[in-house]
Design a binder for this molecule. Sequence first.
Ligand code: ZN
Length: 545
Amino acid sequence: MLALSLMAAFAAHAATGPEFDAQRLSHDVKVLSSDEFEGRGPNTAGETKTVNYLIEQFKAAGLQPGGDIVKGQRSWTQDVPLGRFEIKGPVTLSVSDGKTVQPLKQGDDLAVRAAMNGAKLVDFKNAPLVFVGYGVTAPERQWDDFKGQDLKGKLAVVLINDPDFETGQGDFGGKAMTYYGRWTYKYEEMARRGALGTIIVHETAPASYGWNTVKNSNTNVMYDIVRKQPQQAHAPMEAWIQRDLAVDLFKRGGLDFEALKKQAQTRDFKPAELKGVTLSAKYAVDAQVIVSKNVAARVAGAKSPNETVIYSGHWDHLGVGLPDAKGDKIYNGAVDNGTGIAALLELARAYGKAPKPARSVVFLAVTAEEKGLLGSEYYAANPLYPLATTVGVINMDALSPHGVARNFTISGSARLDLLDQLVAKARQWNLVYAPDPKPEAGHFFRSDHFPFAKRGVPAISYGSGDDLVDGGLAAGHKIEESYVTNNYHQPSDEWSADWSFAGMSHDLGMLYALGRDLADSTAWPNWSKDAEFRAARDATAAKRK
Ligand SMILES: [Zn+2]
């Protein structure tokens, strides 16, 4: 009986909702990840091909241009100027405890990023070090690690993750990471406080990755959106330090690292200076500006066109890079994120055919996700449609091209009405919500919905399930592990004729229905009361009356 009623439910939605075609999904992924598109690197010939293909498909779907206004008319794209920053020449680093001067090695002792505050040269001598605990200011949690500490001309030494990571229970979501735990937050907070620099102490468990990851992602070329006042977002020095070296410096400065770390897990923590210990640094930075593009297509709402639902995904991938063992240099990015873009196009086609929704729906293909969520950050900082009246964002990144699953997930953990609505909707598609099994890794902050979330817009990244109808969790996990080991961010992330795309075409029905419900309603979903993004949303409540 149960099986029959489920079949009936399945037949009911399939009969009323639009169809999502597995063959078209496959075709789009195949084109986007072909060698001809050169791995879709921003500001390359591959970008031009990708952007043109997307515009062509959006046009064919019957959508309107939703991008920058050029001569009074919407274009299909939004220009995204990006700063490109690279350390040029040697990085000279040393610490002194007043008795001896110890040279430090870039990449081994410290991982220093190219400065993104606009400086061509970072050069300072004997800057004091102040330990600021987790470096958190969270008024909604009555938490302030700084206690009025002045950081001008000083280097803030800070712990990674948030104050309740170690104990697993407290005011910061227990094991799960709040935004206060993310390294981006630490850098932003110290820049706001006018510090000379941020030095994050690397510890593998709370960071969720080893020193190699820190080294590789901080010592190469850096990108940022072009900012009017970059010094408000970036202190002159941004760096990580090896844990053992930090512990030693604390000791030389008369402090006990472990004891202070314990204190930092309480509200009573006060910043502590490493007495007599200073750091000197000198390195030159080459800064360039490149221009990439977000692509935006729109269905104008019939009743409330100024209210907007956004579907998004990043079109970029890693481009051409170091060759793999077979000599392949093109990082095709079929799964990451050919799949999300194919899904975006299929959704656009469905909206193009359906009756007009009450609110507007925007299909946003963003650039430079792989360089640090920069296309979505640029959009959220320079929105084409006001964020206050953006109802919600449904992002898609690296979906599974395989069979139908019994479950689905979102990137990271968060509490918001939009997720509750998705979970409810999923029942009609026989899909169960499977929460992120590793919320302490902070995946919520690592996908393109996040720049919206940070500014209060309800936003999530949908993720494919792993409990396959055909083969269960065992089959799902096998596929996932194989992808992570053999293909993720490698030239071998290539399209395959074996992919059925059955799971995506099934789940797209649910994502369509979620967005469609939002677009046809007058409701404004919000964050839960204790979410760190609730205050930003509530600040613009008057604009949603
Ligand atoms: Zn991706």
